[in-house]
Design a protein around this ligand. Structure first.
Ligand code: AMP
Length: 358
């Protein structure tokens, strides 16, 4: 396997806060980062060595980008597959194109998980009104309809409780390919952030427990309130997914947990560093961002142990303007992503407490 030694150059497709925190971690190891993003105000540009502002369809710019780096990675899963293929022609792309293609389509992802022996909610694909009706018959109600692509933070999703929801589903899916999922009864949502290096070593972080508000992650708590057995099984599942994908890098596997039965149902995979892993920056021996850099550069993976009990809270929209209490709190680790416009619901920063009072 090709190792990229510290001092090399890493390319990142996508310039959001995840790219920013990856570039900061890479800099600690002497790597230079070249960020490719169509948006010239990207938060990651503020901390990068080189930037390219161009569309993901701009072949010339992609080629020049790929040739300027030793390894390329991505920080969001909606990088078009053709873009990833173009980059992979001229440099190492980690994670690879296959992981991207599978995880950016909910149907392919569910098929892959079930084929790998990882349980998901029951699902049926649909597109037309007739197919939706047949899907409801098969899955039953309540159910959740989701577009196959471009869904995040609850976008492109509708609950199906009664027949009268059918019109609303078709309105939201708008004739795009979609899936209908059975509704899972669960007590808590957790995620496992796991890394697999180019050499095939795997290391999972402790399981994080996630609370969403309006479909957007609000807090992650570690340790999750689950038994040691469920914790171990959740990590085994995430490891199995990473190995089956022959994945290289950090990924997050989101799961539903039923306390009584201990059953774990995998909801979705994010082929990238993840919001529910931000706690690792101060709360784990190695941060998820450093771990991703280690994995894609084929360095030894770092230790994943938590440094205590952790709370990570997202700061959305104008919450970022009320930062004084966090600066005055000696146990709070405050992060600002450098974004200018605090639109409602926009992820502007986060705070982490390690063995704090909150
Ligand atoms: P997703 O975009 O797939 O992460 O879904 C967003 C949120 O909707 C999840 O975090 C769950 O809280 C809820 N959800 C999604 N799918 C299901 C399901 N099949 N059963 C119950 N709740 C779900």
């Amino acid at each position: 396997m090709t190792q990229i030694a510290p001092g090399g150059t890493i390319g990142i497709l996508g310039g959001g806060q995840l790219g920013r925190m990856l570039a900061l971690a890479a800099a600690n190891f002497g790597y230079r980062c070249h960020i490719f993003c169509p948006d010239k105000g990207s938060p990651a540009f503020q901390v990068a060595t080189d930037v390219t502002v161009a569309d993901y369809e701009d072949e010339e710019a992609l080629e020049a980008f790929a040739r300027s780096v030793d390894v390329a990675t991505y920080e969001f899963e909606n990088v078009p597959a053709v873009t990833a293929e173009l980059v992979a022609r001229d440099t190492l792309l980690r994670p690879g194109v296959r992981a991207l293609k599978i995880t950016q389509d909910r149907l392919l992802e569910k098929e892959f998980l079930n084929a790998s022996g990882v349980k998901t909610a029951p699902y049926v694909a649909f597109q037309s009104a007739d197919e939706l009706k047949a899907a409801i018959k098969e899955i039953g109600r309540p159910a959740v309809a989701k577009t196959r692509r471009f869904g995040y933070d609850g976008k492109g999703q509708v609950m199906v409780k009664s027949r009268s929801d059918i019109d609303r589903v078709l309105e939201v899916t708008g004739g795009q390919p979609a899936i209908l999922e059975g509704f899972v009864t669960f007590d808590r949502e957790v995620s496992v952030v796991v890394a697999r290096s180019a050499s095939g070593d795997v290391a999972a972080f402790p399981v994080g427990e996630n609370v969403h508000t309006n479909h957007i992650l609000d807090t992650t708590t570690v340790p999750a309130k689950i038994s040691d057995m469920v914790e171990a099984r959740a990590k085994v599942k995430a490891t199995r997914v990473a190995n089956a994908l022959e994945y290289v890098g950090v990924m997050a596997v989101e799961m539903f947990v039923h306390d009584g039965s201990g059953e774990i149902v995998v909801n979705e995979i994010a082929p990238r560093v993840h919001n529910s892993g931000h706690w690792t920056i101060e709360g784990a021996e190695t941060s998820q961002f450093e771990q991703h850099i280690r994995a894609i550069c084929d360095l030894p993976l770092g230790a994943t142990d938590a440094r205590g009990s952790i709370l990570m809270k997202n700061l959305l929209g104008e919450e970022i303007l009320e930062f004084e209490p966090y600066l005055e709190d000696p146990k709070a680790h405050f992060h600002h992503y450098g974004k200018q416009d605090p639109r409602p619901g926009r992820k502007m920063g986060h705070v982490t407490w390690v063995n704090g009072n909150e």
